[in-house]
Design a protein around this ligand. Structure first.
Ligand SMILES: Cc1cc2nc3c(=O)[nH]c(=O)nc-3n(C[C@H](O)[C@H](O)[C@H](O)COP(=O)(O)OP(=O)(O)OC[C@H]3O[C@@H](n4cnc5c(N)ncnc54)[C@H](O)[C@@H]3O)c2cc1C
Length: 355
């Protein structure tokens, strides 16, 4: 079998990249181990252009957010699955100082398109502690990741472009500028392995700084929330009075198991935020493939350009993947320069040191 690209991994990264390549007419084969221990299986799927306590606009938001909306709505049509849920994020102020400083910040030209301080706070007061009011973030929402992964896998299977298999590095042969793996000949292999990159002999030198995250699925009857709420934690509405509540950040205990400590942390924060009772239905944990400098890892191997990587999406896979997959495609197929902030050549010195 001959393809243009063999893609290893079908999380958010491999899904978005393979979908784009196929839509551009390239022959693709996607391989995934089928493991349930992946970051994408746990992700809440939120996209949010203004984050953090200091209310900072996401890197390249003016390019990334219009791009993601067009991408996911187009993907919905092609895959015939509902995945794009645009909705504002309500951020209640914690203190009067926060109210003052955030209100001032939202009037900066940078944040005006993404924020709104004209909010009907009393609509939230019935179930949320918001004595100082709050503000809205616009151009936000969430992607139903499990639905996206499943619908795309079906699309790949229908085109005979999917194999559920673990990629074994020892079976790789490089011949005349092409690469062969278990009978599949490809122009390039693109690795989208998330946290499993640590085992990859071609790219293990990249400085990942993985971050564990846990979230709860809770039942909150009767509040009929149709916005995301964010203050220290997020509350994301699902269906049938169910909500995702998260997430924690843990740099040391990098296992896929849920912990009592995270459950306690999330429960305490939720009790501080809402006025109504809730019941925990489920608890999930995952590890985010984050990088030391908080920028993704994209590009071709310094010595063996038949291998490429699309990884390091960290906490923002949903918003970063579409725009950056597009840049990577332009780099691969049209030789366009990659943005230097995401290009792995910023770490080539680590590769040469590791040899
Ligand atoms: C609790 C939590 C909440 C989060 N919430 C959000 C959120 O709201 N919004 C957001 O944007 N991001 C969120 N994230 C981050 C998001 O999950 C990641 O950015 C994203 O999922 C990374 O996707 P990925 O495809 O790079 O990696 P992964 O999802 O880990 O996918 C890698 C895939 O590669 C496969 N694979 C690896 N090695 C091999 C191999 N050798 N052979 C075959 N297959 C292989 C794996 O099986 C897997 O399917 C959250 C993460 C966590 C943990």
């Amino acid at each position: 079998m001959k393809v243009d690209y063999l893609i290893v991994g079908q999380g958010i990264a491999g899904t978005v990249l393979s979908y784009m390549l196929i839509r551009q007419g390239y022959q693709v084969m996607v391989l995934d181990s089928g493991s349930t221990y992946t970051s994408s299986q746990v992700a809440a799927g939120i996209f949010n252009p203004v984050t953090g306590k200091r209310l900072v606009k996401t890197w390249e938001a003016d390019k990334i957010f219009p791009f993601l909306e067009a991408f996911y709505t187009g993907m919905e049509k092609v895959l015939g699955a509902k995945l794009f849920y645009p909705m504002p994020i309500y951020r209640p102020y914690k203190t009067i100082e926060e109210q003052n400083s955030w209100t001032a910040k939202t009037s900066s030209p940078d944040l005006v398109p993404y924020t709104d301080t004209q909010v009907n706070n009393s609509a939230y007061s019935k179930f949320i502690h918001n004595p100082y009011g709050g503000m809205l973030i616009k151009h936000s929402g969430y992607i139903d990741i499990p639905v996206m992964l499943q619908a795309h896998q079906k699309y790949l299977i229908d085109q005979k472009s999917y194999l559920q298999k673990v990629f074994t590095y020892t079976d790789v042969e490089v011949l005349d500028g092409q690469v062969v793996w278990q009978g599949i000949q490809a122009k390039k292999i693109l690795f989208c392995e998330g946290t499993y990159n640590t085992k990859n002999p071609y790219f293990h030198w990249l400085p990942f700084e993985q971050v564990k995250g846990e979230l709860l699925i809770v039942h909150i009857p009767g509040i009929q929330l149709d916005h995301i709420i964010n203050r220290g934690i997020f509350i994301l509405p699902l269906q049938d009075d169910l909500y995702k509540v998260g997430a924690t950040y843990e740099w040391d205990n990098l296992t896929w198991e849920t912990t009592k400590e995270a459950e306690q942390e999330l429960t305490d924060k939720l009790k501080e935020l809402i006025k109504v009772p809730f019941t925990i239905i489920d608890h999930q944990a995952g590890i985010r493939p984050a990088s030391a400098d908080r920028r993704p890892f994209i590009g071709l191997h310094p010595e063996y350009p038949v291998f490429g990587i699309f990884n390091g999406l960290g906490t923002k896979g949903v918003s970063l993947a579409p725009y950056l997959a597009h840049l990577f495609m332009e780099h691969l197929n049209k030789n366009k320069e990659l943005d230097k902030e995401v290009h792995i050549n910023r770490y080539f010195s680590l590769y040469y040191k590791s040899k």
